[in-house]
Design a protein around this ligand. Structure first.
Ligand SMILES: [Zn+2]
Length: 125
């Protein structure tokens, strides 16, 4: 299950310098929804911290297609290493659909956590 997600995330990794102030594509994320669709995104880093994470971009792709319920998430870097979503993305994904706290997130080949594990003491409860 995570193999396909990791493959899709790896497929869209494409590090580029866009300008003197912006670069992106060093990290990619793939999310799988309860409808079985996969959406991907890449990170964008800019000066003055105006960029956003690959998870954020993948969620925007999902929302564009009218879905909100994520069941699995993977983020990888250019070396194929798994990355944990940052605190902002954990919170962001949890607010898009209350069921998203149950999503599985791969932090390694056999290292799976739920969003709830990574977001303890949720203020929304
Ligand atoms: Zn993030």
């Amino acid at each position: 299950m995570f193999d396909k997600l990791k493959k899709e995330a790896t497929r869209v990794i494409n590090p580029k310098q866009y300008s003197d102030y912006a670069e992106g594509g060093q990290v990619a994320a793939a999310i799988e929804t309860s409808d079985g669709n996969i959406y991907t995104g890449i990170c964008i880093d800019t000066a003055c911290s105006m960029g956003f994470c690959a998870e954020h971009a993948a969620a925007a792709d999902m929302l564009k297609h009218g879905e909100t319920h994520v069941v699995r998430l993977v983020a990888v870097d250019t070396k194929g290493e798994f990355l944990a979503p940052c605190g902002r993305c954990r919170e962001f994904l949890s607010q898009l659909d209350e069921r998203n706290v149950e999503m599985e997130i791969a932090l390694g080949e056999n290292n799976i956590y739920t969003l709830k594990d990574l977001l303890p003491f949720d203020w929304k409860k």
